[in-house]
Design a protein around this ligand. Sequence first.
Ligand code: TRH
Length: 388
Amino acid sequence: MYTDSSGKRLDLFCQVIDNFGDAGVCWRLARQLAGEYGFRVRLWIDKPEVLQKICPEILPDRVEQKVSGVSVMLWPEAFPFFLPDDIPDVVIEGFGARLPESYVRRMAERLHAPVWINLEYLSAESWVGESHLMASPQSWIPLTKYFYFPGFAGNTGGLIREAGLFDERDAWQTDSSGIARFLPTEMADGAKRPLLVSLFCYPDAPVFSLFDLFGQCGHEIVCLVPEGVATDVLVSFMQRPAQAGTQFRKGTLTVRILPMVPQADYDRLLWSCDLNFVRGEDSFVRAQWAARPFVWHIYPQEDDAHRVKLDAFLDCYLAGLPAAHAETVRHFWYAWNGVGEMCCDDENGEKFLEILPSLKQYGRDWAKKLALHADLASGLVRFINTLR
Ligand code: TRH
């Protein structure tokens, strides 16, 4: 813990654009700021029902509730009337969430204006370091907003990483009984241990081709898919509804549909698998902390803007791998993201599976390297303290 901010009040605003990442990132950060730094955190969220999917304690119809030390507030369309004293010391808008105008006016009326931060999206592009902590004086009101950019380099805001995360992960990964929970019972004993894969992707991922590869690869693979992921492809592959509990076998591949699990269990799932397919932002980061080989399905953007982001990350992630392995990984990630084709007779897929053991060791080194930088919450708290 960098510093104790006990008693300081903080509002974090989360607008759910789509999927789970906006809620997932804001929820993780809110808990950490409350639990590790002692902030009195209010998380304003416009769709608590989305948060409930990854945190079942949330009651979506509550206007206010306290969960894991965080006051979770429904962010209504007609925002409540606030007095300047109701405004906290720190205001964070998640991913450019547009704050209610009346609220911003009250911010400006406080004797000491709150620290106002826009938590940005994650990218490995080099401009991120230059824009991190940039001040944006507002032309319409005497307030300044600061951009806080997560990132992979030392000159960025870092990545969310809770205290003790690596110890918890290591304890889990050395205890096979937890991992066995994710395996079909007949495969749970060590001798028959299959390759365990988790699959979280957007609907356009070439899942069919991946399953063909897995089904013909010569060793047992169990692929765990959270319910709701790639449903159409799964239904046509399995010829049955893709509900939690469904299991299907083809060649060497067993597909198991899991229910969506709470965030902490999702980490355990990633820690347990030999290969994780992840997407968006938060699961992408958690896969790196899992220190296991992973494949990222990047959130698609207009005009292929995501291609630049994908390359920026690959360039830094692959820099420490032997050239041939780096090429195999890049090719596989490209195909998964629709750049080039993925097909089961493409030998790159087999090569990728062959190099998994060395990617596993590389994943540990990569996680250690990233953890040399300050984590996002500690950097944020340090910055807040420089302004107050
Ligand atoms: O769901 P995502 O695709 O989310 C986002 C949004 O699309 C967002 O608009 C976009 O800007 C952002 O990606 C880049 O993927 P992400 O970010 O990985 O979020 C998923 C969250 O759900 C993450 O916190 C992990 C959590 N989760 C669980 O808790 N349990 C589960 O079973 C699964 C599959 C995920």
